[in-house]
Design a protein around this ligand. Structure first.
Ligand SMILES: [Zn+2]
Length: 560
């Protein structure tokens, strides 16, 4: 028998040509002459890497990796550049319509200037959609429809603020929506009013729905176009994964657009999509969320997480606080849930096996989320769900250790620490100095042992990863202000920031064994950077570019 076995094996090796190659397969792609930061503690640095069928074969020395190559292997010479795992934006939104970018406008005149090209074009039924303004762009921090009415007397204008939690409508749109001084605030929303009770055009939280429901629906082709252009832009910043936190219905136009891109093989990067987290979700509804998750196990398009909202924003005075706003002594914000209903709903999703992510900015809302997760773990006896709190801008110091003990992810946004005019002129004064000093406190969360996943909240903020890393590391603007950084106690290291944008973001989607580090068996998702982020002065981080982005061993972006 033994000799017969040997003969058989020999025959197999000779007769089946693929057989020998499979024993030590040649890579499709090798990266050489690189400075690889792997994120893998077993081998933190390397100079070369081999890839086959979308996965990493080996990470090692240049000689070892070169010797594996065959004549068909593609060789990427990184020219000594820094290579890191592909970035993963843990909190991102696909914009569904093109909009006029108002970020950084700084004044009403500049907002009007940016909208000016639209005053000529378009019919009276065409909407003027913009976004990105901050309260400090307006005199007395008071956005008002009067600034829009002269240029747009008979077309609907809706301009969302930089946080996406309030919007300014012109008078024509208020008329179309039937919003008058007699209109009551909707639940979880506010209609901005002047001293005499007249609507100002400012619509906060759910009040935006009064205007938005009049917008023409986005078509499937338009949504598909947005998927392709927005994900291609993401790849150009080194992103190889994004986690869309938009609470999408499984049969929505957005999800259909992602599925079409998956089917047609046109998804440039990987996407995970959140479904709605809602009060009274029926068993059938939860089963549908589980079904869409189980139907997508390909590594490109994923589900399995539900997004809910517990409060608003500090700038809008809608974030739910334990103590009143510094500049509004009777106002503690706008919590959107009762604790008992939240507990019950989180427990229901938890039982169904779904991960939950709850938007919670203020210390009161963050505590409500942590309390609900505590409740779910207790009544269901579940562990390892990795439920998440999104934004966590102002956690109470007492609640910081709970992230680690509960295994709850702190899903924070690096760019929120950017001390721009809105942060300094609106956000910080609303909280007062003590609370502002521990807001977006990435260092405090790290020290408390929380798993902290970084994201951008695009399109609220730019999705340029290096801008985010620069903000987290320096707490300064690219122009170097303020000197020393905004509350520099909360600066973190470049390595910590990169880890939050890679391995920790992968952990936050239960995918740390698939991506986020560069090690044998992992997905071949990586980015080549124009400069060594670990070696340059931190003031220059914002200017670092992705020169090449590779997803599943395929080059999806290359700077030319
Ligand atoms: Zn968001």
């Amino acid at each position: 028998m033994p000799s017969r076995g040997r003969v058989l094996l020999l025959l197999l090796l000779v007769l089946v040509p693929g057989c020998r190659r499979e024993a030590s397969p040649a890579p499709d792609l090798i990266v050489v002459n690189a400075r690889i930061w792997t994120g893998d503690p077993a081998r933190p640095e390397a100079e070369a890497m081999a890839v086959r069928e979308g996965r990493i074969l080996t990470v090692g020395s240049g000689d070892a990796v070169r010797s594996m190559a065959s004549s068909t292997t593609r060789v990427i010479d990184a020219q000594g550049r820094r290579v890191v795992p592909g970035f993963n934006d843990a909190h991102w939104h696909l914009p569904m319509r093109p909009r006029v970018e108002l970020a950084g406008a700084g004044s009403v005149e500049e907002i009007q200037r940016r909208l000016a090209p639209l005053t000529q074009a378009g019919a009276s039924t065409d909407w003027v959609i913009g976004g990105g303004w901050g309260p400090t762009d307006f005199p007395d921090r008071a956005p008002h429809r009067r600034y829009l009415d002269a240029d747009f007397p008979d077309r609907p204008v809706l301009l969302t603020d930089r946080d996406g939690h309030q919007a300014l409508a012109n008078s024509h749109l208020l008329r179309l929506a039937g919003i008058t001084r007699d209109t009551a605030d909707p639940p979880n929303g506010r209609i901005g009013r002047d001293a005499s009770g007249e609507p100002t055009g400012l619509l906060q939280e759910a009040a935006m729905g009064l205007a938005r429901r009049l917008m023409p629906p986005v078509t499937e082709d338009e949504a598909y176009g947005m998927v392709l252009t927005e994900l291609a832009r993401a790849a150009s910043f080194g992103l190889t994964s994004v986690q869309d936190a938009s609470a999408s219905e499984p049969d929505s136009v957005r999800v259909k657009a992602y599925q079409r891109a998956l089917r047609e093989g046109t998804l440039p990067i990987r996407v995970r999509v959140a479904v709605p987290f809602e009060k009274g979700a029926t068993a059938a509804r939860l089963a549908a969320f589980v079904r869409v998750r189980d139907a997508h196990r390909d590594g490109w398009l994923g589900f399995g997480i539900a997004k809910g909202m517990l409060d608003g924003t500090v700038d809008g005075h809608t974030a739910a606080l334990l103590a009143p706003y510094a500049d509004r002594p009777t106002d503690t914000g706008l919590p959107m849930w009762e604790q008992a209903a939240l507990d019950e709903t989180v427990a229901a999703y938890d039982t169904a096996g779904l991960q939950v992510e709850l938007h919670a900015v203020g210390d009161r809302a963050v505590r409500m989320a942590l309390d609900a997760y505590t409740h779910a773990a207790r009544v269901n006896g579940t562990t390892g769900r990795r439920h998440r709190v999104e934004h966590v801008e102002l956690p109470s110091p007492e609640d910081l250790p709970r992230f680690r003990t509960l295994g709850v992810i702190a899903s924070t946004q690096a760019m929120f620490a950017s001390p721009d005019s809105v942060t300094l002129g609106s956000f910080a004064p609303a909280l007062g100095p003590e609370r502002a000093s521990r807001a977006d406190a990435f260092a405090l969360l790290d020290e408390a042992g929380a798993v902290q996943a970084f994201g951008s909240d695009y399109p609220v903020f730019t999705m340029e990863v290096m801008r985010g890393i620069h903000a987290a590391v320096t707490r300064q603007l690219p122009d170097g202000t303020p000197p020393g950084g905004w509350y520099p106690r909360n600066r973190i290291s470049v390595a910590a920031a990169v880890k939050h944008f890679t391995a920790d973001a992968a952990y936050a989607s239960h995918e740390e064994r698939e991506k986020g580090t560069l090690a044998p068996g992992r997905m071949a998702d990586f980015v080549v950077l124009s400069e060594d982020v670990f070696g340059i002065p931190p003031e220059r981080l914002w200017a670092v570019k992705a020169t090449m982005t590779v997803v599943g061993g395929k080059v999806v972006w290359e700077q030319r």
